[in-house]
Design a protein around this ligand. Structure first.
Ligand SMILES: Nc1ncnc2c1ncn2[C@@H]1O[C@H](COP(=O)(O)OP(=O)(O)OP(=O)(O)O)[C@@H](O)[C@H]1O
Length: 270
């Protein structure tokens, strides 16, 4: 089974679709002949707008590849990907770059902050590069959401790891992207900063209406989401709405019995 059905977004304004991004019959293969690896095997998925979606699965199951294809960071072998209704798989690199810059936000494990800029300058940098003026009220809202009001003039070296991560979150939120992709965003944080970060992501969905897709190995992190998609061997094999950490862990263990390698010990995607 490779189908995941979206949860309808509540309270839509009618003009925007309830789906922020989608993939249809998405195949991504690396290499050819003997060394060909099918990382994604006919994946159908819809990412609900204004919701927090977690992608889980064992190492090598295709999580990062799915995220990169949905974000227009990686080309696809077959199938189509849409962001906000726009088909992106056949876009030329220049248009893709613009789409990523204007409509997509990223949070990676490494925060990629510029050391010579202060927190506020780091937050507005993508908009400065794009020549866009930040919406002042929105920016203040984002900064308040991530609790950075007292730290805006600090450089990254003067901030704790958790604070730096919050700057990275604020940077992703500030431009009001259509969708934010977060790849193991808590991977390099201690558990307290990680929990803080996840609460901010949750708040940005609840209070700012942000759409977030997060790749994670951690059932506790996944429990902050609205919906968990489980990948194994390049396919979506299960999904769960309103997850709890216990339910996610239980499902992972059961999938490990059904799908060889789904316990994360020897995942393969061949
Ligand atoms: N550039 C590449 N060239 C060849 N194979 C690749 C490439 N990138 C990924 N793969 C393969 O595609 C499959 C899926 O990889 P992917 O990184 O998406 O998995 P993942 O679920 O994110 O793994 P992890 O949890 O370990 O980060 C793996 O078998 C991987 O070896």
């Amino acid at each position: 089974m490779t189908t995941a059905v979206t949860t309808p977004a509540t309270g839509g304004n009618g003009a925007r679709s309830a789906v922020a991004a989608s993939a249809r019959k998405l195949v991504k293969a690396y290499g050819s002949g003997e060394t060909r690896v099918v990382a994604l095997d006919h994946v159908d998925v819809e990412i609900a707008r204004g919701a927090f979606t977690a992608i889980m699965g064992p190492s090598g199951s295709g999580k990062s590849t799915l995220m990169h294809c949905l974000a227009g960071l990686d080309s696809v072998t077959e199938g189509e990907v849409r962001v906000g209704g726009q088909e992106i798989t056949r876009l030329k690199e220049k248009k893709l770059t613009r789409l990523r810059r204007d409509r997509i936000g990223f949070i990676f494990q490494a925060f990629n902050l510029l050391p010579t800029l202060d927190a506020l300058e780091n937050i507005t940098l993508p908009m400065d590069i794009a020549g866009r003026k930040p919406d002042k009220a929105w920016l203040e809202n984002v900064i308040a959401t991530v609790n950075l009001e007292g730290r805006l003039k600090h450089r990254p070296s003067e901030l704790s790891g958790g604070q730096q991560q919050r700057v990275a979150v604020a940077r992703a939120l500030a431009a009001r992207p259509e969708i934010i992709f977060a790849d193991e965003p808590t991977g390099n944080l201690d558990s307290r900063s990680g929990a803080e970060m996840l609460r901010f992501l949750r708040r940005s969905v609840d209070e700012l209406g942000q759409t977030i897709v997060m790749v994670t190995h951690d059932p506790v992190a996944a429990a902050y989401s609205d919906r968990v998609l489980y990948l194994a061997d390049g396919r979506i094999v299960d999904e769960m709405d309103s997850p709890t950490a216990e339910a996610v862990l239980d499902r992972m263990l059961r999938l490990a019995e059904d799908v060889p390698g789904a316990d994360g010990t020897h995942g393969s995607a061949s």
